[in-house]
Design a protein around this ligand. Sequence first.
Ligand code: ZN
Length: 171
Amino acid sequence: MSVQRIASTAMERSISAAQSPGVSDDPSFMAAALEEARAAVGHEDVPIGAVVVRGGEVIARARNRREADADPTAHAEVLALREAGKQVGGWRLADCALYVTLEPCVMCAGAIVLARVPLVVFGAPDPKAGAVISIAQLFDERGLNHHPRWRMGVLRAESEALLREFFAAQR
Ligand code: ZN
């Protein structure tokens, strides 16, 4: 690796570190994601919500719309990333953070890697489909060229309660 490349990598890191939300910012951004999740119940979708944060502000918000749109890819994270791309004017979301109420699945974790999102914060783990720590550890996959940092457990109880109520009501 050249000196210039090392220098620019270090600079990119310090820029993203300066702009990345800290742990103290997590509850308020996750609350915004939870608000989206609650709204998904209105169209009978599993309540999962996501927001994308840039420069300390929410620039995109979305909820699971798989049923509403009859679209197998309409997960909250994918929709939020698409909206964020429009807002930023590019596909590379290297100075953004994604907040989502449930651990991302393989598709969404893949989309996060492709979008170069440096930080992902999720509420509850998803033992059946989560691809960060549960069924796969995509963010640690050595063959991939981007490895998002992540934090888990922010407003986890609220996210789990929402999902529990939703599935209980379906029975
Ligand atoms: Zn997903």
